[in-house]
Design a binder for this molecule. Sequence first.
Ligand SMILES: Cc1ncc(COP(=O)(O)O)c(C=O)c1O
Length: 392
Amino acid sequence: MRWILRIKMKSTATKLADFKDSIFGVIAKLAREHNAVNLGQGFPDFDGPAFMKELVTQKMNEGHNQYAPFPGTPNLRTEVSNYYKKFYGLDYDFETQVTISVGATEALYLVITAVTNPGDEIVVLEPFYDSYVASIRMSGGVPVPVTMHAPDFHIDKAELEKAITPRTKMIILNNPHNPSGKVWSREELQMVADLAEKHDLYILSDEVYEFLLFDGAKHIPMATLEGMKDRTITVSSAGKTFGLTGWKIGWICANPEISRVCRLAHQYITFSVSTPMQEAVAEGLKRLPEYLPGFVSLYKGKRDLFYNEMKKLGFDYTIPKGTYFMMVPISKKTTLSDVDYAMKLIKERKVATVPPSAFYLKSSEGSKYLRFCFAKKDETLRQAIANLSPEA
Ligand SMILES: Cc1ncc(COP(=O)(O)O)c(C=O)c1O
């Protein structure tokens, strides 16, 4: 139902005038309306680990229920700092270089707003997580897309360098990559790092899927490349790693000056992030070494199940090495665009996916794919496959 304005009011902000409902909301609504199996939005349809829920209850009972210090609880910042050291050999001082946020999404906004002046150009590698472009625009910046070319989602060095101008401030990349499931190689990261050094740019490295890796793939944080730690701002989140996306605990690891400015923005946007959740995540991070093998094998089982069944249905593509997404080519199945095919599948096959053209500004490559999320119960994945099979 359309809302009818009955009184005369001043207009709302023009900077938001072109914003639309995100594709996830649109698909989720359609999926509900058509009773479709939802493989669209990127979160598990099953619960997170029991030990994390016990930890948060314990933390509440211990009295961790008032405002946390605005940069984050010292325990969580210490544990974030500890795991970067333990897993990657990176030193971040928890007092000055680690900031806790409401999920990675707030972290991304804080970083973008902290570095962007009106008119500054920020290079985004498409397909991208859609909040990057929204945050750049809200900060008065100009998103400059560079395409990661399918089917292997590689970057062309000449195209990237051509996109860099004297107004460029930062390059945003996502590794492991949503929606393709690509895990960046050292050579690929080095190419971007070299250009960032040459043109004196920041790199915002969104690494929320850092632990969701399969078949021996290795995550290389951009900040570990020689000379890159100070110009790289790393964002990650507990949501994906613990399968608890509703907890919304994220973090930024950055040099002290970037961290200081992010904290200034955070102080007035959010002020303070949920205390018991932070304390539980701090404990959870200590347990990563024991927790991660089971976590990875759970998602690997889902990836293999879904991929093998999709192959049997005639979808032909390379199995992704990271994240819980697959970009599935559709051109052998239909002449429709991704958006029209996604709508058709929701209505006629009762399966919801995300049309990835929403993640591109420039290229039309996304219109030949659909993004499937396999972070779902096996029965959900099997139902989706049954609905997609020709005899359904
Ligand atoms: C690439 C990427 N970055 C950031 C986020 C947001 O993470 P959070 O839920 O911690 O805000 C997501 C969530 O889907 C994502 O896919």
